[in-house]
Every structure is written in structure tokens, then in C-alpha cells.
Design a protein around this ligand. Sequence first.
Ligand SMILES: *Cc1c(COP(=O)(O)O)cnc(C)c1O
Length: 381
Amino acid sequence: MKTKVPPLDLQAEFREIRPEFTERARRIFASGRYILGAEVNEFERNFERFIGTQYAVGVASGSDALLLSLMAFGIKEGDEILTTPFSFIATATAIARLGAKPVFVDIDPDSFNLNAALIKRKITKKTRGIILVHLYGNPCQMDGIMSVAKRYDLFVIEDCAQACGATFRGKQVGSFGDFGAFSFYPTKTIGAMGDAGAITTNNKELYEKVKRLHLHGEEKRNNSSRSYLHAAIGINSRLDEIQAAVLNVKLKHLAKWNQARRKAAERYDKLILRAGLAMIEIPKPNSAGKTVYHQYIIRAPKRDQLLAHLCSLGVSAGIYYPIPLHLQPCFRYLGYRRGHFPVAEQASREVLSLPLYPQISSREQNHVISSLSKFFKKTNI
Ligand SMILES: *Cc1c(COP(=O)(O)O)cnc(C)c1O
């Protein structure tokens, strides 16, 4: 039988949460309360405890978590926000959606994260804040970024979409900046069964702003009655009860699942070394933190041919991301060109993600590495 290695195994994850989730779902369906009920409230309190922030707000997606964080700072046309050119598109479109300008700062070649040393020279009078991304689950070097932000009075939003559970100097990501923005898209380290997200903060004023903005800017309700008074223009972005129930159950498994990811990553490291694949660069996670390996990223020569070869052998490898943000057609108006961010551009040509998920078996991992070896034998590199 041909071995197939999927990119992830969400059915296996479901089997682990099934009894408790099914009971919660039954209660929700029977209650008739599908929006802003007990599950969402429980999740927000659970998530505050997990991340170690004073406040958490459930929202509809990670993209909305970023957008609402910027809205809470009143970001508008003319403002500049510093961010990485090497991320998922949502990191930068959140800025552009509000009419503000994404100003890219190149990445560090080892971590693929925003290079803190390059931030300073991009700061202008219009700069309001920084959106950093803990890419692939690997925490950013927070000391450097937080100290520049403090010196120049910039806000910091952490895009934690790929990094739920990762820590830096023992503290959870999402607890360093003014806001942590989380996605629970199904493929993330903790995924809902649809779209979902959350925002974390330690700032009471910002928390209250987000609380209003995600419910159409409606002013505080008195007890249970609504005010229908709108001082600010908000959006509708809620976490729903069913997704909150999934997350309440999955949160109890997250530490164990992230640990399994780290073990599988260590195993890949060893297998690649043992196979003598010196042409492959293995990940270099932040030594002051703990990555959660949302992706296991290698750099490899002849990356596109290698990807096709792996796919032909049933290995679901992937590329995150083949086009850096400054070269996306939607950002052409910003005037960036090839060559502006060489480190991000090189990364987009070389990175390859090997399948990694908590339930991956040794047999599957062996198949991935033997498929890699075959390619380099064949191509004589
Ligand atoms: C997934 C992701 C998002 C967007 O999250 P959604 O829940 O899909 O809206 C934002 N930033 C990064 C880095 C992501 O990986």
C-alpha cells in the first residue's frame, strides 16, 4: 500500500474531543441560545487564564482580531503601521482596510520573523505602531521589538494566528504587546470547526473599546437590556457558541498537542541529519522561547521541483508563502519592487513546509524523509 502523509489530521483531533464536545453541543442546541452565551463567556475566561492576560474577547476570525485591534487605536488614512512582508495576507490587509499604509520591514533569515534591528530606520512622524507575526509558531525576539516600541511610543499588536501556546522567556505570546490577535481557523494549533478568533490585552480601556467595536460599536448594555446607542462605528464580529464549545474542549488538550508537535519536529531534525541531507536547512527556533511548530519549515535547493516530487509520493508538503506581501498585486499601489526586501524574497523562493501535526506517526515521518532523500539522489545535489 502506498503511504500517504496528509498535511494534518483533524478527524483524529475530533476523536479526542468527541464525548465532551458532543455533550456541550447538545446543551447549546437545546438551549436556543446560539450567540454570546455561556460557552463564549467561559472561553473568554479560560483564554485569559491560558494566555495570562487580564482580558480576552472572542471574535469571528483572526483577520477580524487584527482589524479590531487597529480600530481600537483609531487607525485611519495617513497612519503608517510597520509590519513584516513575510506573512499571510491578512496581516497587512487589516492595515490597508482602514486606509492606513503598511510599511514593511525585512525579516531575520534564521527565524523568518520581523528583524527588530531594522525597525528604527522605517519610523516616521506618521508611524503609529507595529504588527509583528510569530510566524510558523516561532516566537519573535520580543525584547528588541518592545524596547523600540517603547522608545518611539508605538503600539504593538502581536499576530499570534500561528502561535497559540508558544512562549517567550516563559510567557505566552499574545501577552507582550498591547493586543494579541489569535485565529482559530481549523488548521491552526488550536482550531475551531469553522472560523473563529480572539483578542487578548492587559489594557482595560482598549479592552472596553474592542468589546464595543465588535458588536457594532454599541454602548454598554445595562444588565441584559441593550442600549442601541452607537458612539463609534463598529463591525459585527462575534465568536459563536458552537465554536466556543469546540475551543473550550480543545484548550484542555493544547499543551499536550503542542508538545507532540515539538517531539515530531525533533524527530524530523534527527532524521534529516541522519540521512546526511546537508543541503537542507532545518528550523532554528528562538532559543529564548518555545515554538509550537505550526509549520516545520526547511530551506531546500530546487524547492519547486522538490515539492512536486514529494506530492507525487503522497507527501503533502506546502509553501508558506510563495509571494512576499510587498510583491502582491493588491499592494502594487504602495510602490514596492523586487529587491526591496531581499531576505523575505529569498525565503519565499526557498521555504518548504513538511507535514507535521500532533498525531503524525514515525512511519509517516520516515516516509517524508526517505522521499526527500530520493529526490536529492536522483538530482545529484
Ligand atoms: C491564519 C492567519 C490569519 C488570519 O486568520 P483567519 O482566522 O483565517 O482570519 C492572520 N495572520 C496569520 C499570520 C495567519 O496565519
